[in-house]
Design a protein around this ligand. Structure first.
Ligand code: AOF
Ligand code: ZN
Length: 337
């Protein structure tokens, strides 16, 4: 067997990850696969087009044809070993004469996992963990659902330098600038549901839809609270579906959303709901927008929390005149319950 050209393999993995992103979010993971020959030249590539369609490996093998013989398959996810809606990719790779498989992320599901071992037993050289962090990012919400049964929650809040989200009378106040509002639409477009508390729904009368970006489907608008949603609010318009959850418990609400197939939730406040979700260990990621102004009196961005929530920062950026800090709630914080 040819020695491994690590640069070529890393480049193929980057391309496989980019291909994976082209697939739709569905009940299946987004997966990309690139097949390279002994010289590191690409002979086939493919990605998964959503639940029920062929897996990325099968797509790439179909392009490679006879060139798959002795080649290396570079895949973002461990090839499946099970027969689900489609047959096992391990078998397809073995039958095509692939001699090496490089994959990034382990399959977290009970039924499909174990493909690496099947491939090794068939005499295929298997290398795992290449590009793992980037590949895991592609399916961060899907993987979270597999592990916990609950959707992945991203909390987005915009506050002033003195940590206010609204002025003292609590009415709608524009905190962040126009570029940050575009980011909000991007985050909504990547989510299956957008969630607010009833207080925010009434005070801000938000529409909670994706605008300025094309989306195949608007996210579900969800309002949590024990009051009726007053008539006349924009949330009643027909631009998207709205669900009222008359329950205060974050986990119960998330279970309900998981039952509807929701994998990623954008939590847009207000502070009462945000704090309740944090305390319940139900926030996975935060996007905090900080507007360069001091408001003085006003509504604080969070209620006093009973414990600290360290954040592993992913990104800090200027967005127009605002500062954005994005990060994951560190695992130790979310597991302390
Ligand atoms: C995909 N696409 O490219 C790969 C997957 O119901 P099935 O037969 O489509 O199987 C889905 C499972 O197969 C999925 O949850 C994951 O564990 C594994 N690999 N899935 O949808 C792919 N490689
Ligand atoms: Zn498969």
């Amino acid at each position: 067997m040819q020695p491994l050209n690590t640069d070529r393999v890393a480049a193929a993995m980057s391309r496989a990850i980019a291909l994976a992103y082209q697939g739709p979010r569905s009940s299946n993971p987004r997966v990309g696969c690139v097949i390279i020959d002994a010289e590191g030249v690409e002979v086939g590539a493919g990605f998964h087009h959503g639940a029920g369609t062929p897996h990325a490996e099968v797509e790439a093998l179909a392009v490679a044809g006879a060139k798959a013989l002795g080649a290396t398959a570079v895949v973002t996810l461990e090839p499946c070993r099970h027969t689900g809606r489609t047959g096992p990719c391990t078998e397809a790779l073995i039958n095509a004469g692939i001699s090496r498989v490089v994959f990034a992320q382990h399959d977290p599901t009970l039924e499909a996992a174990g493909g690496a071992e099947v491939l090794r037993q068939a005499g295929i050289d298997v290398l795992e963990g290449v590009g793992q962090a980037d590949a895991e990012q592609v399916n961060v919400a899907w993987t979270h659902v597999q592990a916990t049964g609950l959707p992945y929650v991203l909390l987005k809040l915009a506050q002033t330098l003195d940590a206010r989200v609204a002025d003292a009378d609590g009415g709608p106040t524009a905190i962040s600038g126009p570029q940050a509002r575009l980011l909000t639409h991007q985050l909504r477009s990547q989510s299956d549901a957008v969630l607010v508390g009833i207080g925010t729904a009434i005070a801000d009368d938000p529409q909670l839809t994706v605008r300025e970006i094309d989306v195949r489907m608007q996210p579900l608008r969800v309002v949590m609270g024990e009051r009726e949603l007053p008539a006349g609010l924009r949330l009643h318009d027909d631009s998207a579906q709205t669900l009222l959850i008359g329950n205060r418990d974050p986990k119960d609400a998330l279970r309900l959303l998981a039952d509807r197939g929701i994998q990623q939730v954008l939590l847009e406040g207000g502070p009462t709901l945000a704090s309740a979700f944090l305390e319940a260990g139900c926030v996975n990621e935060v996007v905090w927008i900080i507007a360069p102004t001091l408001m003085g009196a006003g509504v604080p961005s969070s209620h006093p929390l009973t414990r600290p929530f360290p954040v592993d920062v992913i990104q800090v950026a200027m967005i127009g005149n605002d500062v954005m800090v994005r990060g994951r709630i560190s695992r130790s914080a979310s597991s302390q319950r």
